[in-house]
Every structure is written in structure tokens, then in C-alpha cells.
Design a protein around this ligand. Structure first.
Ligand SMILES: [Zn+2]
Length: 403
């Protein structure tokens, strides 16, 4: 089943100290083997370029509980080698989420907000929603292509990797970072940058996939090299203890990316949501290595079962998200087995998936034939299935059980 295209193993550097507290007591939680960058889609013209593969191993710090990848990869390699192709407003579900976001966040904040800095402003969709509320908004993003899209939307967007040396022009009442803090190679420097950009009573809100939810529903596909860190509330609380007058004061769980947390940080008194989440995490054994040994066994067993029932006919996939690539590469589902994967994003159609080298096609191609369809964007499966059946009533769905 080894269908990974061309292999090239650059010698990776391994993290021997915790990226948050510098303790050397890191222990292994999961080992998913060798993987390419999951959010790098390959243009056909560069098909013969070898994939850079790195070991996808997740460690936890025994002192501060921060969960982090062992392999150290460079952000230039992760985001700079090919055009970055993820747009955060790529589906109706996503747009609904970001439409509601400013209203929900402002309702949970205990101080007036007139200005907002968005780190990881991507295509500017959310920044635009804040602007509609007459707030002063600055966007910051590492991708030149996304910064350009944001500017076309009329957003004052700055291009650069955000850290403690960033100068985003001014101070803000609110700094938001959605699905970006977990990409930071130096979370401490990232927070220093946030603090420099905030007013004294300001709030930092970050949202990202909730590790508790990933564990509970078996979502190992949230793990990929672009996600350098994995967040629990307990880990976040300990991380911010390094900063005076800056603490996690409120936490909400939101139904996005298969279960996310929205964490509010600032010089405010913590409410009961913080301890509630921490107690829930301890009860679920989230910091116990033995729980992860069981999960790793479950992941291997689910793969064995799935490959055992895979039909021999025409197989296709729906959803070329980054997490789909963790799934496809871990399951060894390459182009020899999967004819194509569909996606709605104009930035992905016509390219190939990393590692597995499956061509990405528009959804319309599903009108042809009666293929077996694996929905890799499984969190959207209930929304997608009726739409796909409208395209072609002969589609057969095969859903991997991650748990
Ligand atoms: Zn640590």
C-alpha cells in the first residue's frame, strides 16, 4: 500500500526542550510516521519535485503540559515554497462562523472596543466583518497572496510573520488570532508581540482546534506539521503564567473545525469557565501518557479495519483540506487507489495533494460514474452528503471511523 510518490527525507531537527517552558521532560504521545506539509498543494508543473517528509510525532511537556510537535520545520518551507492556498472564507459554513464571530466576541468582552488587530488575517473576510461595525481594523498575515486578497477587500493588511519584533502600527483594544497561534514556532515571542500591540485593559482572543475534542472524537487528522502546538485550557493557563497581568480569563467552546476553543486573555479576573474546562480535561485523562498509548492503538486498528473493507472499484475523495492529507498519507491512499479529490477552492483545483499526489478537481466531476466517495472533510459530511447526492444519486459513501 506504499503509494507515497517520491521520497526525500531532509534531516529534521528535533525539539529537545519544551517550546513554552524550556523543560527537557518531553514525552511522546503519538507517532504518525513520515508526512509532507499538509497545507502545501503541488502545481502540476512541479509534479516531479520530491516531497519533503518529516516525522509527525506529538510530544507533551511533563512540566507545563504544552502539546507540541517533535520535528522542527521552518516556516519558510511550510508556507513559502508554494503559493499558500488556504482561504478562511472558503465555505458557507466558514462564512457563517466568521459573520457571527465579531458579535459573539464583543459580547463576551468586558471593556469597550474601538480598534482591532487581526493576526493571520488571511483573505480579509473576518477583518471586513469588524470593519462593518465601524471599528478601526488592521490585518497581519504571513502570506503575500492572502495579504493581497485582503487589501482587495479594502482591509489595511500588513504582510509578515507575527512575533515579538512585529510592529503592527499602534495599539489596539482587541487582538484576535484565529487558527494561527498554534502555527507559531515561538509561542512566547508571539505573546510578547500581542502584549506590545494591546492597550493595558485590552483583550487577546485566540481560537483554534480544541485538543480535548480531537482526543474525544479520535481526530488524529488535526495533527500536521503546520500545527506546531495543540491547545488545552490547562496548557494555555500555564503558558500565560509566564506573563504578569496577562491571564486566561474566559473560555468558550465553539463548533468549528470539528470543535474549537475561543480563549480570552487579558488583565481581568478569571471566571468559572476556566476552572470548569481544566477540571473536564483532568477527568478525561488528557495529561496521562497511558491514555495516548490506547489512542495510538485505536488509530492503527481503525486504519487496519478501513483498509480491510476498501472496495476494489473506483474510489474518490471529497475535501482537499490540510487534515485530509494527514488522513490520506497515514492510510497510504495515493493516486494509484484514489482517482481524484474534489474541492471548491479555486486555489487548489488543478493541483496535486502532497505526498499522495492525487489530482484536485471541482465537485462537478462527481456527476460522472458511480464512485465510492470518502468524505475527508468529515466534519462537514452531514451538510455535504445531500448536496453530493443531488449532483449524482449513484454515489456510494464510505466513512472512515476515526474512533
Ligand atoms: Zn513546558
Amino acid at each position: 500500500m506504499g503509494l507515497i510518490s517520491t521520497l526525500k527525507h531532509p534531516s529534521p531537527m528535533f525539539r529537545i526542550k519544551c517550546m513554552v517552558c524550556e523543560s527537557t521532560s518531553l514525552f511522546e504521545l503519538l507517532d504518525l510516521g513520515m508526512h509532507p506539509f499538509a497545507d502545501t498543494f503541488i502545481p502540476v508543473a512541479r509534479e516531479s519535485d520530491p516531497d519533503k517528509l518529516y516525522p509527525l510525532v506529538v510530544d507533551m511537556c511533563g512540566r507545563c503540559n504544552h502539546i507540541q510537535l517533535r520535528a522542527v520545520t521552518s516556516p519558510e518551507d511550510r508556507y513559502g515554497e508554494f503559493d499558500y492556498s488556504y482561504t478562511s472564507s472558503n465555505s458557507a459554513t466558514a462564512r457563517r462562523h466568521w459573520d457571527a464571530y465579531p458579535h459573539e466576541v464583543l459580547a463576551s468582552i468586558r471593556h469597550p472596543v474601538e480598534s482591532v488587530l487581526e493576526i493571520g488575517s488571511n483573505d480579509g473576510y473576518l477583518a471586513r466583518q469588524f470593519m462593518e461595525l465601524d471599528l478601526e481594523v488592521v490585518g497581519y498575515d504571513a502570506s503575500p497572496a492572502m495579504t493581497k486578497l485582503a487589501k482587495e477587500r479594502g482591509v489595511n493588511a500588513v504582510c509578515g510573520i507575527f512575533d515579538g519584533t512585529s510592529e503592527p502600527a499602534g495599539v489596539f483594544d482587541l487582538v484576535v488570532a484565529n487558527n494561527v497561534f498554534n502555527h507559531a514556532d515561538d509561542p512566547i515571542s508571539f505573546v510578547e508581540g500581542v502584549m506590545n500591540a494591546l492597550t493595558v485593559k485590552g483583550t487577546f482572543v485566540f481560537e483554534l482546534p480544541y485538543w480535548y475534542r480531537s482526543v474525544l472524537s479520535g481526530q488524529f487528522d488535526q495533527i500536521y506539521h503546520e500545527h506546531v502546538s495543540y491547545f488545552t485550557v490547562t496548557g494555555a493557563v500555564k503558558l500565560f503564567r509566564q506573563f504578569a497581568n496577562f491571564r486566561v480569563y474566559h473560555v468558550e467552546e465553539v463548533d468549528y473545525h470539528g470543535g474549537s476553543i475561543r480563549v480570552f486573555v487579558g488583565n481581568h479576573r478569571a471566571d468559572s469557565t476556566v476552572t470548569d474546562f481544566m477540571e473536564m480535561e483532568a477527568l478525561r485523562d488528557l495529561f496521562n501518557p497511558e491514555m495516548y498509548q490506547r489512542w495510538m492503538r485505536d488509530i492503527r486498528e481503525a486504519r487496519r479495519r478501513f483498509l480491510g473493507v476498501l472496495p476494489s472499484g473506483d474510489i474518490v475523495c471529497v475535501g482537499a483540506a490540510a487534515k485530509a492529507n494527514t488522513f490520506l498519507n497515514y492510510y497510504g491512499l495515493g493516486h494509484g487507489l484514489v482517482r481524484y479529490v474534489t474541492d471548491a477552492s479555486e486555489f487548489k483545483i488543478g493541483k496535486l495533494t502532497p505526498g499522495t499526489r492525487i489530482p484536485i478537481m471541482p465537485d462537478d466531476i462527481l456527476r460522472e460514474g458511480d464512485p465510492t466517495v470518502i468524505i475527508t472533510s468529515w466534519n462537514l459530511a452531514t451538510v455535504l452528503k445531500p448536496k453530493l447526492r443531488q449532483l449524482n444519486p449513484h454515489l456510494n459513501f464510505l466513512t472512515p471511523s476515526l474512533r
